[in-house]
Design a protein around this ligand. Sequence first.
Ligand code: DX5
Ligand code: ZN
Length: 223
Amino acid sequence: MFYIAPSLLAADFADLKNEIKRMEEAGANYLHLDIMDGHFVPNISYGAGLISSIRKHTQLIFDVHLMISDPLKYVDSFIKAGADIITFHYECSDRPMEIMNEIKSKHIPCGIAISPKTPAEAVIPFIGVADMILVMTVEPGFGGQSLIHECLDKVRILRREALARGIDLNIEVDGGINGDNAIHCTEAGANILVAGSSLFKSKKPKTIVHQMRLAAKEHPFLG
Ligand code: DX5
Ligand code: ZN
């Protein structure tokens, strides 16, 4: 399956209810929620309180991306707030597999993210364990950056590896994605596209969603 995940970070925070509605009407599947702690990344976003406030206004799947140093400390509060999938960063700990097992023991789907400098090989042991692998296509911390094309090579490696094992792996890409470069992402083998600025800053997000869906039709999971 192919999913489009608008990143709320680029929304107008004074008008969240309508901003979310706009994304639903545009045809989004997920709502990507970036949690930044000012420690793991040099920026602070929002927390579980905001997630629980918007939870009652939408059925979109809440895709929570934890860019924080100590995910286990906060995971329960994000589950309580209404997260549907929780992704933490490989780089936040020396024992990422333990964190993954701990989160999964709470019966919530769990993803693992890699920043641009982390090689794909680091998360190969998570294929078949993680519900999703998130390949960052910008340095985490800020919206509105340009996609680093070399990161898509990692998507290729992971898709190939998953296909070789017969595993239908969810691979998400995040950062600098728009209607034009979506095709490069799907060609590499991504099936979940996060897009902040390109969707929220557009007056016609539906057109971009359409472009992204065409990109997925052209390259359905070939890796
Ligand atoms: C970056 C975040 C992204 C970001 C994407 O640290 O993880 O989800 O909001 O925003 P754009 O699409 O504007 O790069
Ligand atoms: Zn993100």
